[in-house]
Design a binder for this molecule. Structure first.
Ligand SMILES: *[C@@H]1O[C@H](CO)[C@@H](O)[C@H](O)[C@H]1NC(C)=O
Ligand SMILES: *[C@@H]1O[C@H](CO)[C@@H](O)[C@H](O)[C@H]1NC(C)=O
Ligand SMILES: *[C@@H]1O[C@H](CO)[C@@H](O)[C@H](O)[C@H]1NC(C)=O
Length: 429
């Protein structure tokens, strides 16, 4: 294996500065000759065997144009995307679909679909739509870097399941629409990726079907509805989850049992019924089972982190990362965005002392602006609108810097969304 040494690699580039035009012209013309030769020789060689050419497919990895005329659950008139129509044998139905679409089979045990959304009408807050756009852009950036698909829903799929309950019907429809995905990852509109490199350790979750961030003791012992946050959760695309969503929805305003559940939730969690209290109840019940526990409260990293604890640490974290990069030449190497996961892997050993989550100097994975309500502007009275906007700005620019790095630019001032400067070569050596 050739070990990349940044200092050695740099030398020829410095030499080209002496006579750049002559060197470049020479290099280009020899490349052109080589390419012409290669092009014509491969053309003639491959011409007779082009019958398997998939030239018209946008991504040769997936066959996006094949849907055999063999009936699947999609062809069953009784099968429905909505929660009021139960689904049975979903695991088998998914497998059957995958067998008919073999190009999607290879990573069907790990594939992720991110699902998010917001209301169908303009935000009441003057800056709301602007922030939602930036929050969405942030998610699209993460998806592009890691090859995840994303679905942004902005209609109520079940009109009775409004506001915070809307995610349940959205996730259910997304599961049915994406049999090729193993995990659906719900993210609230006001959550941003603040570590573009971190990847969910899905291999840790092979025994679980539902993962949410929180503090187990708060939920299981103290019975606090604030012991978790429903703004970011992972749910496996399987029959267990279909049944789980049905139970969760049964506690919501679209259900005839809504009032009954509201009383149960009030007595267990001393809090009014909402999606999060209902989820806390379901976690508690799953936890009390002797076998088959399928729900996990993740404590090891910010699957979702509270912005109040995070935003003031971003400046120091930026400095720590720059310090690492000053020493590790490989991390300064410019590269195509497509291969940026490689640099996350290379950085990992250098973060072993950073810790994770609260008190850590690792970039926080997901920062959630709970209580800021960027769209309707009705923030929690503990905060000011200005404070929220300033914090969202900083977090979004902090994330944007990780993206723009691969485009050659940086926001030097995290509070200024509009100004960027070009990055010098070998930054920050
Ligand atoms: C659909 O449901 C109806 C009523 O439950 C039933 O009579 C019918 O046989 C079902 N159709 C299919 C294709 O399963
Ligand atoms: C940032 O680092 C400085 C210097 O080490 C330290 O004094 C300060 O408390 C840190 N700020 C935060 C929010 O951790
Ligand atoms: C950073 O940007 C903000 C917003 O544009 C501005 O108010 C502030 O003065 C800038 N800070 C520095 C150090 O330039």
């Amino acid at each position: 294996m050739v070990v990349f040494s940044h200092t050695n690699w740099r030398k020829p580039t410095i030499r080209t500065f002496d006579r750049p035009s002559i060197f470049l012209a020479g290099a280009l013309s020899s490349l052109l000759i080589l390419w012409t030769f290669f092009f014509f020789s491969t053309q003639t060689q491959t011409q007779p065997t082009t019958t398997t050419c998939n030239c018209h497919q946008p991504d040769p990895a997936f066959n996006l144009q094949s849907d055999p005329p063999i009936s699947t659950f999609y062809d069953d008139p009784n099968f429905s995307y909505t929660i009021n129509k139960p689904i049975s044998n979903w695991d088998q139905k998914r497998q059957t679909w995958l067998k008919l679409h073999p190009s999607f089979a290879p990573s069907s045990h790990t594939r992720v679909l991110i699902v998010t959304g917001s209301r169908s009408t303009p935000c009441k807050s003057r800056t709301g739509d602007h922030f939602l756009l930036r929050f969405y852009r942030n998610k699209v950036d993460y998806c592009r870097i890691h090859g995840y698909d994303i679905f942004y829903n902005n209609v109520l799929l079940d009109p009775k399941m409004a506001s915070c309950w809307a995610k349940i019907s959205t996730v259910r429809a997304a599961m049915v629409a994406h049999p090729e995905a193993e995990w659906i990852w719900w993210l609230d509109e006001d959550a941003a990726f603040t570590d573009m490199e971190f990847k969910i350790p899905f291999d840790r979750y092979k025994d679980y079907n539902f993962v949410v961030h929180g503090w187990p003791k708060e939920v299981y012992v103290k019975k606090s509805w604030l012991g978790l946050n429903a703004g970011s959760f992972l749910i496996r695309n399987c029959q267990w989850s279909i049944d789980f969503l049905e139970k969760w929805a049964d506690m919501g305003p679209g259900s005839v049992n809504f009032e009954k559940w509201a009383e149960v939730l009030l007595s267990e969690f001393k809090h009014e019924s909402d999606d999060q209290t209902a989820l806390a109840y379901l976690l508690l019940k799953d936890h009390q089972k002797w076998v088959g526990k399928k729900m996990l409260i993740e404590t090891g990293y910010y699957l979702e982190g509270y912005w109040v604890l995070i935003v003031d640490t971003l400046k120091n974290i930026t400095e720590r990362y720059l310090e690492i990069e000053t020493k590790a030449g490989m991390l300064r190497r410019r590269h195509a965005e497509k291969v940026s996961e490689r640099y996350g892997v290379l950085r990992e050993p250098l973060l072993k002392d950073a810790g994770n989550e609260f008190g850590s100097w690792r970039r926080p994975f997901v920062t959630h602006f709970a209580g800021c309500q960027p769209c309707n502007g009705k923030h929690n009275p503990l905060f000011t609108g200005e404070g929220c906007r300033d914090a969202m700005n900083k977090a979004l620019n902090f994330a944007d810097n990780q993206v723009l790095r691969n485009y050659g630019f940086v926001h030097r001032n995290l509070s200024d969304p509009s100004t960027v400067s070009p990055l010098p070569f070998d930054y920050p050596a």
